[in-house]
Ligand binder design. Structure first.
Ligand code: ADP
Ligand code: ADP
Ligand code: ZN
Length: 218
């Protein structure tokens, strides 16, 4: 099953994708993670996108479509399918995804829109941090490590905050979401592929709503 998790920055896409990977063995394709990896490793593309990402603007369609194409063409497709997390973010990307999936003989099964109030997003984003060792996501208020300062998963103590997780960049990211990405809600609704869920509940409640949404299409 191939799905898109659609929602504004901080909606909980990465968190829920992580659950689906752990529980169902699905493959998470996060263009944000791929771009940050390119930024950290200092590739030409990484250098090109660094400032754009830090400001909270979208990188070009060409770059992100290329990243997704590489992953799909790599034949890593697991039997359990792909979770597109943070992609597509524009109509051009959505059209390109349909073409790329068809090329590898796959289809999109459903799009799950995670609805979260803007005021909650600010809290989610400004409190977000991750383990530098294993990438596990945390939140200063909603998901602290069990033992203060120590990662639950790998025992590491090197935590990181994203350069773009500040209020100013978040405003730009929200604007990009409403201008460029939110039209995808109507686009997938018209294709009969959209399911909307309440992203404001606890992580477990949201996970359970996603399970229900997936059971409708599998
Ligand atoms: P969030 O957690 O806020 O949803 P991501 O980690 O998905 O953010 O993305 C971080 C940044 O990477 C975005 O603000 C944007 O600059 C860039 N980016 C990620 N995915 C895309 C995409 N599909 N199209 C354009 N830019 C993207
Ligand atoms: P996205 O990938 O959509 O940008 P994340 O999954 O990274 O969002 O979540 C943003 C922040 O909010 C993280 O710090 C995460 O721990 C926290 N978070 C995610 N889902 C919930 C939830 N249902 N309730 C409270 N906090 C959440
Ligand atoms: Zn860790």
């Amino acid at each position: 099953m191939n799905i898109i998790l659609l929602g504004p920055p901080g909606a909980g896409k990465g968190t829920q994708a992580g659950f689906l990977v752990a529980e169902r063995g699905m493959v998470q394709l996060s263009t944000g993670d791929m771009l940050r990896a390119a930024k950290t490793s200092g590739t030409e593309m990484g250098k090109k996108v660094a400032a754009v990402m830090d400001r909270g603007e979208l990188v070009t369609d060409e770059i992100v479509i290329g990243l997704i194409e590489e992953q799909l063409a790599g034949g890593e497709g697991s039997g359990s399918g792909f979770i597109f997390d943070g992609f597509p973010r524009t109509l051009a990307q959505a059209d390109a995804l349909a073409v790329l999936l068809e090329k590898v003989g796959q289809k999109l099964d459903t799009v799950i829109e995670m609805r979260v109030d803007d005021s909650a997003l600010v809290k989610r984003i400004t409190g977000r941090f991750t383990c530098g060792g294993c990438g596990t996501g945390y939140h200063e208020e909603f998901k602290k490590p069990v033992k203060d300062g120590v990662c639950d998963k790998c025992g590491g103590s090197d935590f990181k905050k994203r350069a773009d997780d500040n209020e100013e960049s978040l405003k730009t990211r929200l604007m990009a979401y409403y201008k460029e990405t939110s039209p995808l809600i109507g686009y997938y609704y018209a294709k009969d592929q959209l399911q909307s869920i309440d992203g404001l509940g606890t992580m477990e409640a949201v996970a359970s709503d996603i399970t229900k949404a997936l059971s409708k299409v599998s």
